[in-house]
Design a protein around this ligand. Structure first.
Ligand code: MIC
Ligand code: SF4
Length: 758
């Protein structure tokens, strides 16, 4: 069955007509993402030559995807909007809440019992509102979307930052917070500042140990974790066309690690092959019939510097495998330089565990190449020195990996297969003995490696590499092993080498048939009741946030001045906290507990200005709230980098934080704050960060005159009676200012639904 085939065919039918309209106005060659964006303008919006990086534009995405950890809050908000069903095809995927501990079977059982209440809630909401529900065990959201829903030229949003994975099938797919998903599911326009464009030409051809993963690891090293902020990254060139569709998806997936809005490739034969192999030949044919509209115009390809805001070229023939990390995905080290880098930085070189799979690298190609490394190693009598874990991205992939003997090969070197879920990628890996572990290293083919993200242990140094390199490193046991040049000693004491990996782009015996774990929504969900057990500690109905009272903010105590990297994992930790993702009050107890207090260098220990004592961040915020006080959070660069989780914005809202003032924001987090009614401000002069003192009371004035492009006045009242007056920037446009005034974006939607039903 092809999902939503009518929507897809109507899109392809209308594409040439819509694009002709766009061309009449723009009158210049277009890149592929411009074609997709301009043909997805919200109905009624005129085609204009919008300015990239400046104009906010209203879009109408084709679909929405949500994963269980973010869907709870998204759907709790959607339920408040008063609609009978979602306006566009939407889906929910149960993947994040499954822990990795004792292998797939046992872990699935634990998940079903432990998360029953949440799964029941999600499946009932899906039934009621016509949303596709993918049961636990079906697979990880991005892999399922690629296998079933993505189509070239389409546009989707997803409540997960790695939604851009679908760029591997030529889709503009963007990670957002739940409130954005609510916009689209309620049929409202979805607004985005028109991204700037980065063009990356891939010339040459990959060979040997180099893989698509190494392309994005290199790009992350070049552009850093914030280099893609506000940009769409487009890949093209002969090297791009030679990549499999799933390899392209890996690259797009990890574009989230450079902060990119999304990444994508133009439609090509590799995509057609993948669509056909996954049962969507009809989609491939339709796409082919309008192929020229699903790629950049030839002028763009031949003179990219003229059309992109930034242009980079990478020669794949010279590309070395990379290992990125620890603690940040942009610290890129080519494998040949690892010995030097590890020594210089004191990274522990003994690898304890290697993990492959996840939403990033679970393709048949990845699995078959990793398996060939095992086979080559076994052939020369090598055994594995480190533990090996495999997290398949979907049941479909797990099933054929088993059928084709790959899982057996992995088991031969001690590999253990986890559930088709996020587990070890999101701090949900209950690694045996990890709490007692001193500084140690693990390596994986996932995408993120922030502190605590794999096993919850801050001492674990996590490195990121391709699945084939992870496998070779597992066999050698050393981070510094370079399979291109190094030998290993085998069980007979001989020096041997591991031959280079070989794999299959697509399964020669096809994808096969399996129970894919899909639950079709009820035909008519009107009478379905959604019950949340009173007193539940997992789920809680939301109450609307209060409207802004029209007054400036005066004397707000500083809550925390965060120092250094402050990702969404620092703001609202995952791991054990995932279980409260549907309960705002409970999850607010993790607010900023990972952030480092500038004044004492400690996590979760800040001054309570009311008592003069130190306490945890949530406790102090609650104390201010109880005393009727708002508060202010201060931070540094790329604040809120990482996940799309809007809990990172709803928690401070719930705890009465009024403004977050930082040097710069990550895109999704900034929007999430705006949507929930918190002021996201940036220092006009970044050095003003230094003026913030621990006992400051902060005033933010001129809020009644809040206007696009106009700075806000912030007064820091220091406890010694002196003052500093500084200026802060914001990126609100007119309609977003209304979100602030209404108390949240959702309050506005509710008002308009209520007016319509009157
Ligand atoms: C992640 O990779 O960080 C997550 C967990 O998938 C998040 C979503 C979440 O926090 O639920 C993301 O990337 O958006
Ligand atoms: Fe899941 Fe990890 Fe992928 Fe996020 S990055 S969707 S946690 S597998």
């Amino acid at each position: 069955m092809i999902f939503d085939i009518e929507m897809i065919s109507s899109f392809y039918r209308n594409l040439p007509i819509k694009l002709a309209e766009v061309r009449k106005v723009l009158r210049r060659p277009l890149t592929v993402s411009e074609k997709i964006l301009y043909t997805h303008l919200f109905p009624g919006n005129q085609v204009n030559s919008y300015s990239r990086g400046a104009d906010y534009v209203d879009f109408a995405p084709d679909r929405v995807a949500m994963q269980d950890a973010t869907a709870q809050m998204a759907l709790l908000q959607f339920m408040m909007a008063g609609k009978q069903q979602t306006a566009v095809p939407s889906s929910v995927h149960c993947d994040h809440l499954i822990m990795a501990k004792s292998g797939a079977e046992a872990d699935m059982k634990t998940a079903f019992t432990g998360n029953k209440e949440v799964y029941d809630f999600l499946s009932t909401v899906c039934n009621k509102y016509n949303i596709g529900f993918w049961k636990p065990g079906a697979g990880i959201i991005h892999q399922i979307v690629l296998e079933n829903y993505a189509f070239p030229g389409g546009m989707m949003i997803g409540t997960d930052s790695h939604t851009p994975n679908a760029g591997g099938l030529g889709m503009v797919a963007i990670g957002v917070g739940g409130a954005d998903a609510v916009d689209v599911m309620t049929g409202m326009a979805w607004e985005l500042k028109l991204p700037r464009l980065i063009g990356i030409k891939l010339s040459g051809k990959l060979s040997g140990w180099a893989s698509p993963k190494d392309i994005i690891l290199k790009v992350a090293g070049m552009l850093t974790v914030s280099g893609g902020t506000g940009c769409i990254v487009e890949y093209f060139g002969e090297g791009a066309e030679a990549l499999s569709s799933t390899g392209k998806a890996t690259i797009c997936n990890m574009g989230a690690e450079i902060g990119a809005t999304c990444s994508l490739f133009g439609y090509d034969e590799a995509m057609a092959r993948y669509l056909s192999a996954t049962g969507r030949k009809e989609v491939a044919e339709m796409a082919l019939s309008v192929g020229e509209h699903l790629r950049s115009d030839i002028e763009v390809i031949t003179s990219p510097e003229k059309f992109y805001d930034q242009f980079i070229e990478i020669n794949l023939s010279e590309l070395e495998p990379y290992i990125n990390g620890p603690f940040t995905p942009d610290l890129a080290t080519p494998v040949s330089k690892m010995k030097e880098a590890a020594e210089k930085n004191g990274w522990p070189v003994n690898i304890e565990v290697g993990l492959i799979g996840s939403c990033t690298n679970s393709s048949y190609e990845d699995i078959s190449r990793a398996a060939s490394v095992v086979k080559n190693a076994l052939a020369v009598n090598l055994t594995a020195k480190a533990e090996f874990k495999i997290t398949p991205g979907s049941e479909q992939i797990r099933n054929i990996a088993e059928r084709d003997g790959y899982l057996k090969l992995f088991e031969e070197i001690g590999g253990e297969v986890f559930a088709n879920a996020c587990g070890p990628c999101i701090g949900q890996w209950d690694r045996k003995g990890s709490d007692r572990n001193p500084v140690n290293s693990v390596i994986h083919s996932f995408n993120r490696n922030f502190a605590k993200r794999t096993d919850g242990n801050p001492n674990t140094n996590a490195f990121v590499a391709s699945p084939e390199l992870v496998t070779a490193i597992v066999i050698s046991g050393k981070l510094t092993f370079n399979p291109l040049t190094d030998t290993l000693v085998n069980s007979e004491g001989k020096e041997v080498r591991i031959a280079e990996p070989k794999g299959f782009e697509l399964p020669p015996a096809g994808f096969g048939k399996t129970d894919n774990g899909f639950q079709e929504p009820a035909k008519n969900g009107r009478n379905i009741e959604i019950a949340i057990a009173p007193g539940s500690d997992r789920l809680q109905n939301l109450a609307p946030f209060a409207e802004w009272d029209g007054n400036d903010y005066h004397n707000l105590p500083l809550l925390i001045k965060a120092k250094g990297k402050c990702t969404t994992d620092h703001i609202s930790m995952a791991g054990v906290w995932l279980k409260y993702r549907g309960h705002l009050e409970n999850i607010s107890n993790n607010y900023m507990i990972g952030a480092i207090n500038f004044f004492n260098g400690k996590a979760n220990e800040i001054l309570n200005q009311l008592t003069g004592k130190y306490d945890g961040v949530p406790a102090v915020a609650r104390a201010y709230k109880a005393a009727g006080l708002g508060s202010v959070v201060v931070g540094e660069e790329n604040f809120g980098e990482g996940s799309s989780r809007e809990h990172a914005a709803m928690e401070p809202r719930y705890l009465n934080v009024k403004a977050v003032l930082v040097k710069s924001f990550a895109r999704i987090h900034e929007t999430n704050l705006k949507k929930q009614g918190i002021l996201p401000l940036t220092f006009a002069d970044k050095s003003d960060y230094d003026k913030i003192k621990e006992t400051d009371k902060i005033c933010i004035t001129g809020l009644n005159e809040l206007a696009p492009g106009k700075n806000v006045r912030v007064v820091l009242q220091h406890s010694d009676g002196t003052k500093d007056e500084i200026s802060a920037k914001h990126t609100y446009n007119e309609s977003q200012i209304d979100w602030f005034k209404a108390g949240s974006a959702l309050n506005l939607i509710r008002k308009s639904s209520a007016n319509k039903s009157k």
